[in-house]
Structure formats: C-alpha cells, structure tokens
Design a protein around this ligand. Sequence first.
Ligand code: SDX
Length: 389
Amino acid sequence: MSEGIHTGFDEQQYPHINRGLDGIVAFSTTKSFIDGQKGELIYSGYLIDTLAENATFEEVCFLLWNDRLPNAKELESLKTLLIENRELPQPILDYINATDKDAEPMAVLRTAVSMLADFDDTKGKYDPTLFEGQAIAITAKIPTIIAAFDRVRHGKDIVAPLKEGSTAYNFLYMLNGEKPGEQAEKTMDLCLILHAEHGMNASTFTARTIGATQSDMYSAITGAIGALKGPLHGGANTAVMNTLLELKEQGDDADAVAFTKKKLESKEKIMGFGHRVYKTFDPRARLLQTMAKDLSEETGHQELYKWSMDMLNTMKNEKNIDPNVDFFSATVYYSIGIQPDLYTTIFTMSRVSGWTGHYIEQAANNRLIRPRALYVGEKHLDWVPVEDR
Ligand code: SDX
C-alpha cells in the first residue's frame, strides 16, 4: 500500500467516519506487527515469545531505537549510558518532595518528565543526531521518578539509583530500599519486555502526533503519559487490581462469576478485557497468565488467580471477549508487592522505549498529522448582542 496523499474529503457530502479511527492506517512502521486474528506480536522482526525467552529490556530498547539487536559492545555501552543517566536534577527531587502525597503517581510522573526538558543539555532540541541520547535520558530517569515519589509519599527517604545493575534491578532496589532477588528482577524485566511496544495504540499515536509538529521528545513523552494514564488504555491494570481487591473484600469465597455477570448486566466494562486489534487472546496476556499463576501460588495469593480465571471464563462465555495485557499483569505486580496505583507507571517505564522509537521513526519521514472532522453544527447564524441572549 502506498503512502500517497489523498484529498478525497468533500465538504458537502457526509463522509464515512471511522469512530475512534478504527481500521485507519496512518503510518508505516518497522517497530511492531500485530496479527489480531492469530494473536501474534512482533517487535522489529522478533516474536514476543522469542524476546520474552531470550532478551533483556535493555536489548529491547536498542532494538526499538535501531531496528536491530545490539552486539555485545553496543549493549554494554547502552547499559552504561542508562546507568549514567539515572540521577534526577535536584529541582525535580524538590518537586517530588513538595507535591501532594495523595497525587496520582501517573500525574507526578507526567509533570516530572515534562520538567526534565529544562535540565537536558540539549534542551530537547529537534535534531535527529540527538534523539537517541534524549531517549536514553528519559528512559533512564523514569524509574527514578516513580520510585522517588513512592518513597516520599510513604514518608521514606528517597533511595539514590545504583551505579550498576539492570533497569529492573535498580528500580526494585530504589522502590524497596533493598536489592531484589534474581526471581523478582527477572519478573520485572519480563514485564518491561512485554509492555515495550504495541503499534499505533493511543499513547504512541499521541507521541507521534506531537513529534510530527517537530516539537521536542519531552513534549511527546509527556503527552503520551497523559494518554496512557486513562483507564481505557494503560490505566486498566490499576483498575483490574481494584476489581480484584473489591472481590477480596467479600472474603475468600467471593463469587467472581456472579460479580462479573452483574457488571455486564449493568453494561459496565470489565477492565483488562477486550482490544481494538486482538480478536483472540493477547499473546502478552498468555505469557503474563503463566507468571500470575506461579507467582500468586508462591506468594499465597492463589485466590487472585482463581478469581481471574473465573472472570476470564465468564467473559469468554458471555461476550466471547479475551483478556488483554493489563489483566494478568495486575496479579503479577501485586504478587511481587507493588502497590496498585503504581502499575501504570511501570507500563510507562517500559513503553517509553516504544514511544521514543516511534518519535525517531516519525522524524525520519515526517508529515504533520492533521485529520479532518465533519462539522455538524449550525452555520451563518446572526449575531445576538449579549444583553439580548
Ligand atoms: C491497552 O491499543 C493498544 O494496543 C493498547 C494496549 C497497548 O499495549 O498499548 O494493548 C494496552 O490499552 C489494553 C486495553 C486496556 N483497556 C481495558 O482493559 C479497558 C476495558 N476494555 C475496553 O473498554 C475495550 O475493550 C477497549 C477500550 C480496550 C477497546 O475498545 P473498542 O475497540 O473501542 O471496543 P468497543 O468499546 O467499541 O467494544 C466493542 C464491543 C462492545 O459491545 P457491543 O456494544 O458491540 O455489544 O465489545 C464490548 C463492548 O461493549 N466490550 C466489552 C469490553 N470490551 C469490549 N464489554 C465488556 N467489557 C469489556 N472490557
């Protein structure tokens, strides 16, 4: 299919509107491929299952920024740069300390990422030779922001980032104040790999739209965070956990089947289910399901997995709808002791790699993104003075 210019919009005729831009192809990309019928996901050539089994999050970052895997030297260099970029400028630490302790973590993250631009030596200059450095700086600092705010709001001292270790390892260390075990690091790393990239989802589209005005990368990522925060998108993982906690309040013998049916009867959306592209099981949900089962058993939260399966079977029977990435990730994060309102920030920690990859790709073949809207209001009204209205 060509990427030509079509100017078929007729102001007089009622055009077909694809609500929610459903089915519209806006760009070509080398970042990811989704087969929504088969339930297949590929990042720059590699099946998600292959990456989940073999890659680290840092390798996935390189892949999304360069469309190829790094060699050993390139990987070491990227890891070093990510480590060197972890610390936050003092004014951002001051902001984190000063802001409302009840603020939403995603809101704090959005503000802090926006502030980062002021302290970047490049000032977010729109120059392709600077993009990868800016992407590294943002990716490295996001975990530090999340952990710092979580500690401050719990009245604890901020833990400075380590000068070693993976993104996953350092994040858990900064969050908990102690070095994580191998299993916890592996779980976190896998979650970061699984959430890194997903085609033209709402937040990535936002990042590309902002990038296409030739605005700076910090603006694009700030906007993308705002889009990811919503419960129809990344915010769903926190909403899933809130649903499971609602069941927990009903006691160990809570009836998740009846609970789900009741919500469906009252036309409520069941969080963590459904997807614009997948018409089958999301492959990431499949991988997270195995982790959720194992971890919930190991940590004595079996009931969460049981209720999840009851919900899953009810959704399949009643609506033929499958779970998405946000469904089982909630149980995984809960089992490793992460507070529910941080879940979407962890999604951000990972997805920033995809957002920045798309920003770089957009710049390489840029055109302003500017669709049309069909005006359905009145026209040519007579002016009525204010005192006569
Ligand atoms: C993510 O796009 C991406 O790639 C996103 C993502 C990524 O990695 O970037 O995969 C991450 O955002 C996952 C989605 C997280 N959101 C949720 O879990 C929220 C709950 N799900 C939905 O509201 C919904 O399924 C969406 C928002 C995900 C998709 O919305 P669509 O494509 O606009 O579908 P729709 O709302 O028009 O629903 C179509 C039908 C409707 O039924 P009918 O009116 O036609 O009878 O499916 C039903 C809906 O009512 N439906 C649901 C449902 N999801 C769809 N019914 C109950 N519960 C649900 N969750």
